[in-house]
Design a protein around this ligand. Structure first.
Ligand SMILES: Cc1cc2nc3c(=O)[nH]c(=O)nc-3n(C[C@H](O)[C@H](O)[C@H](O)COP(=O)(O)OP(=O)(O)OC[C@H]3O[C@@H](n4cnc5c(N)ncnc54)[C@H](O)[C@@H]3O)c2cc1C
Length: 526
């Protein structure tokens, strides 16, 4: 739970934003809306407690806030040299928590940037909502003050016998414990022309800089084609459309992201993409990228036989663990770096966390590789305990995530599988607003009616409430009865619980009466 205190004229307001730990892209949409009710121009000061992210006021001003690190010297002293390759959310969370718990020597290595930044906020830099420096949650002095050494370099070789890393420039560094937190890289599937100029992914700071060069405006970039209909693809489309660049979006599936989303939701997102003037081509694969005389992409050819002229091709067909440099290391690799529940690899004193780690077996219904922000953070927290003498398994609890499809916020708690992946026992209740792009899907067990999970689009829900209902094995009738407690939309937003429950009653021949929202019940769970 995040407490925000807003000092507005002589009054002090408190607001609790308890979904903010989900991911940082959500923050950018949540907070400005919250502040709207306080008339932004009168806000004198915003103080944030317990926050690891940057927050944005009116999408222009970024407020940097520091996490609470102990200023007292730690009582425990371990003097291992812990070397972390990767300064993303997983590596940096690990380093911060090790420092909270110990005096170990910590070095973080990255080839991408001097300082940690929020990858999920990269799109807002291109869209002009903020500068790159505003994506850095910590001031530059933070690292020295907390005795975390930063090394900018690319690790080419890992020798686990001599505990030595070699950099591209020939220099070396030794470790006592090594943590691989090297994230992901965009997938390339051997398409002809995939390495031409103008063809790029959208993952790193360098990708952002390249996009700025390739697509500064719609005079230089007359059209972009994006290949791959996932979350990064739709973000890239939104970025380019913000500069009025025409976009064609090639999606292999018959409906957008329908391997993950149930049909009703997927269809709604198809409509939304088209309404944003994005040329969505479903059920369409890339065959080839054609070069001009200077080795630059000038068109793509699809498997439907269409040739689409363009100057930029965005490859967003998923990501894969960024582990090529480990091929000769002797560390067991699958698609990612194989780890057990303690995040230990096959090599002594070597661990892996974040997007690049692959569990031997997926935990519960989770995939063995979880390339999402919050799981990297949870792995970093768990491994810090282990490295500081308190072995802790990675135990992520109930699945949750959030994202944004253009301007529609999406949240998911528990499991709601798509028609392609759900079992026969999983039933769905779906409600969609007759006009707006707002809908929910609730999954439950067909015999026991046990609540399995919920997806919401355009309605914000409280994480803690669903977490608790999942833990307590509540049934779907309970969820319907107390749905108002779960709503987390700001004051004065239109609420839809009455309509949702009425539809549920009609669909399932029930007579549920939704209870009034109770702050007492809510705070007993928060
Ligand atoms: C555009 C975009 C939007 C996203 N939006 C969301 C979202 O809304 N919600 C969500 O949950 N997730 C989102 N994600 C995914 C999320 O950002 C990742 O899951 C998360 O950043 C992974 O963190 P990490 O610490 O594992 O690795 P990374 O953040 O990838 O950091 C790894 C670092 O290691 C460096 N590195 C790699 N190899 C070496 C080497 N050999 N030597 C030195 N350095 C090396 C890399 O350059 C990189 O800096 C998004 C990702 C992108 C690209």
């Amino acid at each position: 739970m995040l407490l925000i205190i807003i000092i507005h004229l002589k009054h002090i307001y408190f607001t609790f934003l308890n979904n903010l730990q989900l991911n940082s892209s959500l923050i950018t949409c949540l907070l400005p809306t919250h502040l709207k009710i306080f008339k932004r121009r009168y806000i004198k000061k915003v103080i944030q407690i317990h926050c690891e992210f940057i927050i944005f006021l009116n999408n222009k001003v970024a407020v940097k806030l520091l996490p609470l690190l102990p200023t007292q010297p730690s009582t425990k002293t371990f003097m291992n040299h812990i070397v972390i390759i990767g300064n993303g959310i997983s590596g940096v969370t690990l380093a911060r928590h090790i420092r909270k718990l110990s005096d170990n020597k910590i070095t973080i290595i990255s080839a991408e940037s001097d300082y940690f930044f929020s990858r999920t906020a990269l799109m807002y830099v291109y869209m002009g909502h903020m500068k790159f420096k505003h994506t850095q949650p910590y001031e530059n002095w933070f690292w020295k003050k907390n005795r975390i050494d930063l090394v900018n370099g690319f690790v080419e070789k890992v020798e686990t016998d001599s505990k030595k890393l070699s950099f591209k420039d020939g220099s070396t560094i030794t470790y006592d414990k090594l943590v691989i937190a090297t994230g992901s890289k965009p997938n390339k599937f051997g398409w002809p022309g995939q390495d031409l100029k103008g063809v790029q992914g959208m993952y790193s700071k360098q990708d952002l800089e390249l996009l700025e060069k390739n697509a500064p405006n719609n005079t230089v970039c007359k059209r972009a084609v994006i290949v791959g209909g996932g979350l990064i693809g739709i973000e890239m489309a939104e970025m380019l459309r913000s500069r009025k660049i025409p976009v064609t979006f090639l999606v292999r599936e018959k409906s957008f992201w329908n391997g993950v989303l149930p049909e009703g939701e997927s269809v709604m997102i198809n409509e939304h993409i088209l309404e944003h003037h994005i040329d969505l081509r479903l059920d369409t694969n890339l065959e080839e990228i054609i070069s001009d005389e200077n080795g630059r992409a000038k068109a793509v050819v699809t498997d439907k036989g269409d040739t689409i002229e363009c100057t930029v091709v965005g490859l967003t067909a998923g990501v894969a663990p960024n582990i090529d440099f480990l091929k000769e290391s002797g560390i067991e690799l699958g698609r990612g770096v194989k780890v057990n529940r303690f995040l230990e690899t096959s090599a002594k004193d070597v661990y892996a966390i974040g997007d690049c780690a692959e569990q031997h077996e997926g935990i519960g219904s989770r995939r063995p590789i979880e390339a999402v922000w919050y799981t990297g953070r949870m792995m970093g927290e768990a491994l810090a305990q282990t490295l500081c003498g308190k072995p802790r398994e990675y135990n992520p609890g109930h699945w949750f995530n959030s994202a944004k499809f253009l301007d529609i916020e999406y949240q998911t708690y528990g499991w709601v599988f798509s028609e392609h992946s759900k079992s026969d026992d999983e039933h769905h209740f779906h409600w969609r607003h007759p006009k707006e792009k707002i809908c929910i899907t609730i999954a439950f067990h067909k015999d026991t009616m046990k609540f399995l999970g919920i997806n919401t689009f355009g309605i914000r829900m409280r994480h803690e409430i669903f977490d608790q209902w999942l833990t307590e094995n509540k049934n779907v009738d309970h969820v319907m009865t107390y749905l108002k407690d779960a709503n987390f939309d700001p004051e004065f937003y239109k609420l839809y619980e009455e309509e949702i429950v009425a539809r549920y009653n009609a669909d399932f021949n029930k007579n549920i009466r939704p209870e009034k929202k109770s702050w007492k019940r809510i705070f007993s769970k928060a």
